[in-house]
Design a protein around this ligand. Structure first.
Ligand SMILES: [Zn+2]
Length: 310
């Protein structure tokens, strides 16, 4: 029987394969490159990854949130998959218009344009009010928080108070800089590493508030409970954490569409092997995520992020 005091949510960042090239410094800058055509990108995160998540969630009886980079809708096949996601009853959140990793450092008017156009595009495409936002690379700034509220979002789910993840990310960004393949990604301020790990109200100017739903880390040890960490830990790792996960008062289980791609079976580009979890087969990843979700559905009350925000 699920415990009413233990809250959980499940969500998927649908990051196109082109974004992995940017984060690993394989195509240079943040945001769109000059030759990028959103109507012609490799859509397999959408056309293969997302339908597998729909199957997985249906099997576990889970309703989740899919964070969408709005420019991806320029692709015809992406629009068809998004319609399936909506028809299956899942929630859609904005993941910005073009996923610029430096969004938090852009001028206010550029931030406003990214968020306003994304929210409008997604509302038009889905017929849903788009209440929630997740920042590219999870990096916020005081100005970006103001912008999120200004365009009409009522909640955000970008904070990732996870020292092991943030330290590894900062080290990787430094390494890419030295090896002259600058990553598009930005390091997060250490105050966030140790920030609040359960939902709270972010206080904005003029007495306004934005509900923040942080990405899941375990109490005290602050180990991340996200798709990548569950896949890399394998079955033994999952068993080791399970007692802590079972008792955690807030699990915001964050996944990526690439988590259910098969590097070999889907014939993904060789360069994506810089992602260590790409070496794990789809069959194995599926089983690990299925066990995690089935357990979560037993121990926790599962709702969408939008439902928890209200
Ligand atoms: Zn992303």
């Amino acid at each position: 029987m699920a415990n009413q005091m233990l809250r959980a949510a499940v969500n998927v960042d649908v990051d196109g394969l082109y974004l992995y090239d940017r984060v690993h410094g394989l195509t240079g800058t943040s945001g769109n490159t000059s030759d990028f055509d959103p109507a012609a990108h490799d859509p397999r995160a959408w056309t293969l990854g997302v339908p597998r998540f729909l199957d997985l969630f249906a099997r576990c009886g889970v309703k989740g949130t899919f964070f969408v980079v709005a420019q991806d809708l320029a692709h015809r096949e992406v629009r068809a998959v998004l319609a399936d996601v909506v028809a299956a009853g899942h929630e859609i959140g904005s993941h910005s218009l073009t996923h610029p990793y430096n969004l938090s450092r852009l001028p206010a008017d550029a931030q406003l344009e990214e968020l306003r156009v994304s929210r409008q595009t997604l509302q038009d495409a889905t017929g849903q009010g788009i209440e929630g936002f997740r920042a590219p690379g999870y990096v916020l700034s005081p100005q970006l928080l103001e912008t999120i509220a200004k365009v009409g979002h009522t909640w955000d789910s970008s904070r990732f108070p996870c020292p092991p993840y943030q330290a590894a990310k900062a080290a990787a960004i430094g390494l890419y800089r030295v090896t002259k393949h600058p990553s598009g990604s930005l390091p997060e301020s250490p105050t966030v590493w140790f920030g609040k790990r359960t939902p709270y109200a972010e206080m904005l100017s003029g007495g306004k508030q934005l509900t923040e739903l942080p990405i899941g880390v375990l109490p005290t040890v602050r180990w991340p409970i996200i798709g990548t960490s569950v896949i890399m830990a394998g079955e033994l790792g999952r068993l080791a954490w399970q007692p802590l996960v079972d008792r955690s008062d807030w699990i915001n289980f964050e996944l990526h569409a690439i988590d259910l791609l098969d590097h070999v079976g889907d014939a993904l580009p060789e360069r994506l092997l810089v992602q260590p979890d790409q070496k794990v087969s789809l069959r194995r990843k599926w089983v690990l995520l299925l066990r995690m979700l089935e357990r979560l559905a037993q121990t926790h009350t599962l709702r969408t992020l939008g439902e928890w925000a209200t």
